[in-house]
Design a binder for this molecule. Structure first.
Ligand SMILES: [Zn+2]
Length: 104
């Protein structure tokens, strides 16, 4: 399948500690089949203050999550859904929600 989850997509987490959360894909690693999404799988890192002007404390950084733990989010269904590929007459491919048949 050539059209899968890509950068900028909205996804919904279906497994793990962030189950039910949604976020925008910031980065997709095709070789590892893992992605980084906004607000998902947050790893807290303690940052040390380097100067007086800089703020120390805890930095929240989204960590990689495996693609099998997420689903593409459908705005009409308002949840993570399975999707299929629809090929139009002009051969352009689009991803459609398998539930409501709308283009995602
Ligand atoms: Zn849908």
């Amino acid at each position: 399948m050539s059209l899968r989850i890509k950068k900028g997509d909205k996804i919904s987490v279906i497994a793990g500690k962030d189950k039910g959360k949604t976020g925008k894909v910031l980065k997709f690693d095709r070789t590892k089949e893992k992605l980084i999404a906004e607000g998902i799988n947050i790893a807290k890192k303690h940052a040390r203050r380097k100067s007086e002007s800089e703020q120390g404390g805890i930095k929240e950084i989204p960590a990689l999550i495996h693609v099998s733990n997420v689903m593409l989010f459908c705005t009409s269904c308002n949840k993570g859904v399975r999707f299929g590929i629809k090929v139009s007459d002009d051969k352009t491919k689009a991803r459609i929600c398998k539930k409501c048949q709308k283009v995602i």
